[in-house]
Write a protein that binds this ligand. Structure first.
Ligand code: SF4
Length: 367
């Protein structure tokens, strides 16, 4: 099995437990504060790992300054994989944190080769989707990388002095100048909120998909190297499992037929769900006799991640493994639930478009 984590690739990571031993990610089970972590992402182990999350929670409980920071690549429309981060940010706001959201337009231009105008357009759309999903703009700060002030860019130059190409290759694999710049820029994103001119020290938590862990390892190493010069402390992080696309690989914008986008309409959702990979058997007779295999099924994954409460997950799983429900009917239920969820989101998105002046909450970069 390929265990290297590549933040720019879309391969799915199959064996999450190995990440504890290979990369030193800690299990979410080691975290106290079960009273705080009641969201189903935690109770169902969708958020499965962390680095120093307990320290961040201690700081939150003490009433120290804490923030949650994460970034989005402004290309295309967000899909359900991206919405997992929206969901986490919403949860962290509910337990008392404010959030800082990076629109990674510099990275989208350099690494994804997005046209400059579209990175800005998509960045604005991402912010609207985030607010429509339930992120409270009054407890949020959004920024575009290319609209940041000089001191943020000075950090990137400073960081470059204390890293080597060999160590970056060990973390990221093959590198290009664009990837080196993108990685250093991400470290500036993660660490700059601790500086005096950005509001003074606060404990930073970065909730991400586990494919982004290389950036966290790199940021933590650099924090150590600049602890005396700039007073940096290591950031904390949490890791969620990657939502798979409807074909079983990671959900990705680069394979749109297998991803559910937040603006997909009913017909598109139906078509995509109907061709999804399931854990169904070759024939109806076999499935009634042997039951389905929900752990292989992308529809079941959607239920667990986004659509059903604990009791309903238990019921559908039982009906599947005992062969009482067949995939056709199960998919029809999934379409109905998914379409309902997306319609509700669309309504809120339109309301944000109508009522919100985005330029009041984020500095739009010049072309
Ligand atoms: S019955 Fe539903 S959960 Fe079971 S394999 Fe088929 S689609 Fe998946």
């Amino acid at each position: 099995m390929d265990i290297r984590i590549d933040p720019w690739d879309y391969k799915i990571i199959q064996e999450y437990d190995k990440l504890f031993t290979v990369f030193g990610i800690q299990s979410i089970d080691s975290i106290p504060y079960k009273d705080l972590l009641k969201h189903h992402f935690f109770t169902r182990r969708i958020v499965f790992g962390h680095r120093d999350f307990d320290k961040w929670l201690n700081a939150l409980r003490r009433g120290d300054k804490v923030i949650v920071l994460t970034g989005f690549m402004p290309s295309g429309v967000p899909h359900l994989g991206t919405a997992m981060v929206f969901e986490e940010l919403k949860f962290f706001q509910e337990i008392g944190a404010s959030v800082k959201i990076v629109i990674a337009d510099a990275e989208a231009y350099a690494v994804r080769r997005e046209d400059r105008g579209s990175t800005i357009k998509h960045g604005i759309e991402f912010i609207k989707h985030a607010i429509a999903w339930g992120i409270d703009p009054n407890k949020s700060e959004f920024y575009f990388q290319t609209a940041m002030k000089e001191s943020y860019y000075r950090l990137i130059q400073m960081f470059s002095r204390k890293v080597t190409a060999a160590e970056m290759e060990a973390i990221y694999g093959d590198l290009t100048p664009a990837k080196i710049m993108a990685a250093l820029t991400q470290v500036a994103d993660i660490l700059h909120p601790q500086l005096e001119e950005f509001g003074g020290y606060k404990h930073v938590l970065v909730p991400v998909g586990v494919d982004q862990d290389p950036h966290l390892r790199f940021a933590r190493d650099i924090a150590d190297r600049f602890s005396e010069e700039l007073g940096f402390e290591r950031p904390s992080s949490t890791y969620h499992k990657l939502l798979r696309g409807l074909d079983g690989n990671k959900m990705s914008k680069s394979r749109p037929d297998y991803a559910i986008f937040l603006n997909d309409d009913e017909n598109v959702v139906r078509k995509k769900v109907m061709m999804a990979l399931t854990g169904g058997r070759a024939t109806a007779e076999e499935q009634r006799r042997l039951g389905g295999e929900p752990w292989k099924c992308m529809i079941h994954e959607l239920y667990v991640y986004f659509m059903l409460n604990d009791e309903d997950v238990r019921k559908i799983t039982e009906e599947c493994v005992t062969g009482r429900i067949l995939c056709g009917e199960c998919k029809r239920i999934a379409v109905e639930l998914l379409v309902g969820k997306l319609k509700e989101h669309k309504k809120k998105y339109e309301e944000v478009e109508r009522t919100f002046n985005i330029e009041k909450i984020v500095k739009i970069p010049a072309f």
